[in-house]
Ligand binder design. Structure first.
Ligand SMILES: [Zn+2]
Length: 414
């Protein structure tokens, strides 16, 4: 069940204040407007009088310092050269301890869409810690986003696609604070000895590449013409949570849920009030068990795809370390967009942070548990000058994850 429309409108009403419709000297200036009053929208407007100097403010998540996500519509600037500046983009350029990695705006190119559906990159400008978009809209409206949005209607379509196949069942794990169902797909039939594989994404709502990854993973897993996928659904059971944080996604948050919680810092001791999404998935996982887990994310800074394994959890074993090495090699063979040699950003920490899902799962179940980080920018060793790291590459990466998983499947259970 979904929240009714009135509920959504009241949640977004704060955004409506962002709309600036100006009555000023010239007709072209009077028509300029910036709005984020729609699902996933996020921006604050300081000034939208002059297309050459639109001043915007990235909205922080509650007390989180992270501020990246933007998604808004600009109206009234057709055929005009526009400069849109994020005046607070210096607030959060780099994550701590990552000095060897380029900051999040260096090499970043924003996404633009004429119709809100088809997205391409446009030009950015980064000077003295302040990032601006340079664009000349061809139409009266143009959408900008940090990465192409993935809305709940698309989540619903993916669920509906899966449920058309008898191998898939839907389980609603519970309800989020904003009233969304927390959906889990079970694919394959449980039986003694079959590995239990958990795949989840979008703990961090701004990392929509995780949703495009899920599209590729689920759609290939249920492709009846794909023999490898068929074998996987016969020999394993999959528990897939495509959208861990619907509230944050709808509200246009960078990292948090409706209660201001970064869910990927809640797994060790989840607070049922602040992180009910984690409690629901974690309880189900404890009841069912886990032999594999992949948690899909995006990274603002990294110019490569990164896979992390549970190599520094307290219960670390050589068996799991060897499994992770085999998994990464198989992923590279299946999709050279990923290279095993690309380093742990900032260096491998001495001790795993068990508040993070992949570490907690690896520790709790002693299994292969993988963190996936896809870039917002591009994979530097295999660049796409037009689109960089695109939704299509995310989807392909999700599909090729099946090859990596198939390579280690017989060894997942000790
Ligand atoms: Zn993340």
């Amino acid at each position: 069940m979904r929240p009714d429309r009135g509920h959504i409108d009241s949640r977004l009403s704060h955004s409506i204040k962002c709309d600036h419709t100006l009555g000023s000297v010239s007709d072209r200036m009077r028509r300029l407007s910036v709005s984020s009053a729609f699902e996933g929208g996020s921006i604050d407007v300081d000034a939208a009088d002059d297309p050459q100097d639109v001043r915007l403010r990235l909205k922080p998540d509650d007390d989180e310092i992270d501020t990246h996500w933007f998604y808004f519509r600009l109206t009234g600037a057709r055929d005009q050269d526009c400069k849109l500046t994020f005046v607070n983009s210096d607030r959060m350029a780099r994550l701590a301890g990552r000095e060897e990695v380029p900051d999040c705006w260096t090499g970043y190119r924003p996404w633009v869409s004429d119709d809100g559906e088809a997205w391409r990159r446009t030009d950015g400008e980064y000077q003295n810690g302040i990032f601006s978009i340079r664009h000349r809209p061809a139409r009266d409206t143009v959408h900008f986003a940090y990465y192409p949005p993935y809305r709940m209607a698309e989540h619903d379509r993916l669920i509906a696609f899966a449920l058309a196949d008898k191998r898939a069942r839907l389980e609603v794990l519970g309800r989020t604070p904003d009233g969304w169902d927390l959906d889990m797909l079970q694919i394959g039939t449980p039986a003694a000895g079959k590995p239990k594989c958990w795949i989840m994404g979008r703990q961090h709502p701004s990392e929509t590449m995780a949703s495009f990854f899920m599209e590729g993973f689920v759609r290939r897993l249920l492709d009846p013409a794909d023999a490898l996928a068929r074998t996987l659904t016969e020999e394993a059971v999959f528990y897939v949570v495509p959208t861990m944080n619907p509230d944050g996604a709808v509200r246009g948050r960078t990292r948090t849920n409706a209660r201001g919680m970064n869910l990927n810092r809640a797994w060790a001791e989840p607070d049922p009030h602040k992180a009910p999404e984690v409690v629901l998935v974690r309880d189900r996982m404890i009841a069912e068990g886990a032999d594999f887990c992949l948690d899909a994310h995006g990274d603002e800074e990294l110019p490569y795809v990164f896979l992390g394994g549970p190599l520094n959890v307290p219960s670390r074993t050589d068996r799991v370390a060897d499994l992770f090495a085999a998994y990464t090699q198989a992923q590279h063979r299946a999709n050279p967009d990923y290279r095993p040699e690309d380093p742990y950003p900032g260096g491998m920490p001495a001790e795993a942070d068990l508040r993070m899902a992949w570490n907690w799962v690896g520790e709790e179940f002693g299994c292969l548990s993988v963190l996936l980080e896809q870039p917002f920018k591009d994979a530097g060793h295999a660049p796409d000058p037009q689109l960089g790291w695109s939704p299509a590459r995310c989807t392909h990466f999700g599909a090729t994850t099946l090859d990596a998983l198939a390579a280690v499947l017989p060894e997942l259970r000790p």
